[in-house]
Design a protein around this ligand. Structure first.
Ligand code: AMP
Ligand code: ZN
Length: 467
C-alpha cells in the first residue's frame, strides 16, 4: 500500500492518511438536496469523491461509502429561515414532495452513472431516518445543549467550547454569518428540529417529543453517519460551502451527543464556476448533464475535464474547454484502441521493466499526493509517448484508469461523435459543392478544420475524421 496524503480541512494541512481500523475505511459524503435537477457543478464534486474512493480501493483498502439524500429539512437559506426546498418545489409544480424527491434522486444517480462514478454502498435518505434523528436530538438535549424557541429546538453553540474549529474559529464562521431567527440566543445557533407552521399543513412532517415538525438540515448527517459508520469514522467529504455552516454544525451535534470528534479527515472540494461565479441554480448559470449530452458531448469528456484541475482549485467551465477535453479523450481512446489491436507479448528488457515500474510509481505517487489528477493525466500521456512496448502501455493505461475512471477498458471502434454545429457546416458545404460554389465550400472546409476535424471526400460521400 502506498502512502496517501490528503489535505484535512480540520488541520489545514496535508496529512498522511491512516485509517482508524485498517484495512477498513469509512467515508461519508454529503449528498444532494433532491428538489431540482443536479447540475454539472454537483457532478464535479462527486467525481472528486469518486477519485478518492477509487484510489483507496486500488490501494487495497476495504471502503464503506455512505451518502445521504437530503429529501427534507434543507431550507432556502442555509440559515434556519425560508421555506423547505422540497416543499417549495412541490408547491410550485403541483407534485407531491415525495414524488419530487424520488424523481430528482433518480436524475442525480443517472448523471453520476453516466460519469462512471461508483455508487455508494449505502444511500441513506433523511426521511427514512427520522427515528434516528429524533434519538440523537434527545441525546444532545440530555447533555444540555438545546433550547426551545417558538419555531423549533435549537443547538446552543455558546455551550460548545470547540464550536467553529473546522471553519478556523470565530473568524471563519463569520463567512457564513446567519440570518437571525426570532428567539435564537446566538446568531450561530441552529435548528435541530423545526415545528410545522401553525397555519399550514406540510406534506412531510412527523411527531416528536417536542411537537409535530421536521428535522433541521444538519442532524440527518450526524445521525446517519453515526448509524452506518460509527461515532468516529475516517473521512467526511463535501463542497467548500459546507465548511462554515453544515459541517461545523454536524461536528457540534456529534460532539454534543457523544463527546467525541466524529471525523478524522474532512475533505472539501472547490467549485465549478461559470464566468468567475459558482455554478448554482440561484445564479441561473447551470448546465445539466443532459445539456452536455444534447450538445453531442460524451459525459466522460466532462469527467476528463474535471480531472485536469485539482479538486481544491476552482475550475471555470466553458464549452471550449469541454471541446478540448473531448478531443483529448478521443485521442486517448484511439491510442488505446491502436495499442489494444497491436498487442503482442514481448519479453521486456531489464531497462524497460525498470521504466515501467518507474512510470507506475510516478502515477500512484501523483494521485496519492492529495489526489493530484492533473499530474496523473499528464503522466498517462507521457507514458503513451514513451518507448514502453504496446502491450505494457495498454496494461499500464488500464491500471491508471482504475483510479481515473475514464472507462478506457471499454474502448472499441466507435463511430465518431459529430457535434451538431459541425453537422450543419458539413451539410452547408455539401450544398455549396452541389451548386458548384467551390470557393465558398472551401471556406467552410477551413472552418471545419479549425474545429479539429478534417474531411475526406469520396464517391461514397464525405468522411469526417479527427485531426
Ligand atoms: P446541494 O444539492 O446544493 O446540497 O449540493 C450538493 C453538493 O454539490 C454539495 O456538496 C455542494 O457543495 C456541491 N456543489 C454545489 N454547487 C457546486 C458547484 N458549482 N461546484 C462544485 N460543487 C458544487
Ligand atoms: Zn451533510
Amino acid at each position: 500500500m502506498s502512502n496517501i496524503f490528503l489535505t484535512n480541512t480540520l488541520t489545514r494541512k496535508k496529512e498522511k492518511f491512516e485509517p482508524l481500523k485498517p484495512p477498513n475505511v469509512g467515508i461519508y459524503s454529503c449528498g444532494p438536496t433532491v428538489y431540482f435537477n443536479s447540475h454539472i457543478g454537483h457532478m464535479r464534486r462527486y467525481v472528486g469523491d469518486d477519485i478518492l474512493k477509487r484510489l483507496l480501493i486500488a490501494s487495497g483498502y476495504q471502503v464503506k461509502h455512505v451518502m445521504n439524500i437530503t429529501d427534507v429539512g434543507h431550507l432556502t437559506s442555509d440559515a434556519d429561515s425560508g421555506e423547505d426546498k422540497i416543499e417549495k418545489s412541490a408547491k410550485e409544480t403541483g407534485r407531491s414532495a415525495w414524488d419530487i424527491a424520488k424523481f430528482y434522486e433518480s436524475q442525480f444517480f443517472s448523471s453520476t452513472d453516466s460519469l462512471n462514478i461508483i455508487r455508494p454502498d449505502t444511500v441513506a435518505r433523511a426521511t427514512d431516518h427520522i427515528k434516528e434523528q429524533i434519538a440523537l436530538i434527545s441525546q444532545i438535549e440530555k447533555n444540555g445543549y438545546v433550547y426551545k424557541t417558538e419555531d423549533g429546538i435549537y443547538f446552543d453553540t455558546s455551550k460548545l467550547e470547540s464550536y467553529g474549529a473546522l471553519a478556523g474559529g470565530k473568524e471563519g464562521i463569520k463567512a457564513g454569518a446567519r440570518v437571525d431567527v426570532a428567539g435564537k440566543k446566538n446568531p450561530t445557533d441552529f435548528a435541530l428540529w423545526k415545528f410545522s407552521p401553525s397555519k399550514e399543513k406540510r406534506q412531510m412532517e412527523w411527531e416528536s417529543p417536542w411537537g409535530v415538525g421536521f428535522p433541521g438540515w444538519h442532524i440527518e448527517c450526524s445521525a446517519m453517519s453515526m448509524k452506518y459508520l460509527g461515532e468516529t469514522f475516517d473521512i467526511h467529504t463535501g463542497g467548500v460551502d459546507h465548511i462554515p455552516i453544515h459541517h461545523t454544525n454536524e461536528i457540534a451535534q456529534s460532539e454534543g451527543a457523544t463527546g467525541k470528534a466524529p471525523v478524522k479527515f474532512w475533505i472539501h472540494h472547490e467549485f465549478l464556476m461559470v464566468n468567475g461565479q459558482k455554478m448554482a441554480k440561484s445564479l441561473k448559470n447551470t448546465y445539466t448533464l443532459d445539456d452536455v449530452i444534447k450538445k453531442d458531448f460524451d459525459p466522460i469528456s466532462l469527467r476528463y475535464l474535471f480531472l485536469t484541475a485539482h479538486y481544491r482549485d476552482t475550475l471555470n467551465f466553458t464549452w471550449e474547454s469541454l471541446t478540448s477535453a473531448q478531443n483529448a479523450l478521443t485521442k486517448l481512446r484511439s491510442q488505446l484502441l491502436a495499442l489494444k489491436e497491436s498487442r503482442q507479448r514481448t519479453i521486456l528488457s531489464k531497462e524497460k521493466e525498470g521504466k515501467m515500474e518507474e512510470v507506475r510509481q510516478a502515477f500512484i505517487q501523483a494521485v496519492s499526493d492529495d489526489l493530484n489528477t492533473p499530474r496523473g493525466v499528464a503522466i498517462m500521456w507521457d507514458m503513451l509517448k514513451s518507448n514502453i512496448p504496446a502491450e505494457d502501455k495498454y496494461d499500464l493505461a488500464l491500471s491508471f484508469d482504475e483510479i481515473l475512471g475514464l472507462s478506457l477498458n471499454k474502448v472499441s471502434t466507435t463511430k465518431l461523435a459529430i457535434p451538431e454545429d459541425l453537422k450543419k457546416l458539413i451539410d452547408e458545404r455539401n450544398k455549396l459543392r452541389v451548386e458548384g460554389k467551390f470557393e465558398d465550400a472551401d471556406k467552410i472546409r477551413i472552418k471545419i478544420e479549425e474545429k479539429g476535424f478534417y474531411l475526406m471526400d469520396s464517391k461514397g460521400g464525405t468522411l469526417v475524421k479527427k485531426t
